[in-house]
Write a protein that binds this ligand. Structure first.
Ligand SMILES: Cc1cc2nc3c(=O)[nH]c(=O)nc-3n(C[C@H](O)[C@H](O)[C@H](O)COP(=O)(O)OP(=O)(O)OC[C@H]3O[C@@H](n4cnc5c(N)ncnc54)[C@H](O)[C@@H]3O)c2cc1C
Length: 83
């Protein structure tokens, strides 16, 4: 809704967004993972995603890139995700 409103505003329309909550972005957008994925819109809970993710690590134009820098939080998260 907000994206559509933005696009319409860019085209010169006067737009009013009505949301059922008091503030916008209080549903799905409220507590997402904060990951910026510009061109990855796949469902993650598939074993094929793990294989793709590994292959993407060696591509400059990967749709999703995970940096290999050491981080306990990152690797424990990956472990839980794979499990
Ligand atoms: C657990 C989780 C983690 C995620 N992590 C990521 C991530 O790391 N990176 C990423 O890019 N994406 C992530 N996503 C996906 C992303 O958060 C969603 O695709 C995105 O928030 C959807 O935005 P939206 O504007 O379409 O929906 P919403 O944010 O749900 O907005 C819909 C709006 O419509 C309003 N609305 C609904 N019905 C009515 C009605 N009848 N009348 C008036 N208003 C109404 C709602 O109140 C709400 O404000 C995640 C999703 C989940 C669930």
């Amino acid at each position: 809704g907000v994206t559509t409103a933005y696009a319409l505003t860019e085209r010169g329309h006067a737009v009013t967004v009505l949301d059922r909550h008091r503030y916008p972005a209080m549903e799905t957008s409220f507590a997402n993972g904060g990951q910026l994925s510009a061109s990855n819109s796949e469902v993650w809970n598939s074993s094929a995603t793990i294989l793709k993710g590994l292959q993407w690590m060696f591509r400059k134009d990967a749709p999703l890139l995970m940096r290999l820098t050491p981080s306990w939080h990152k690797y424990s998260w990956i472990g839980e995700f794979v499990w």
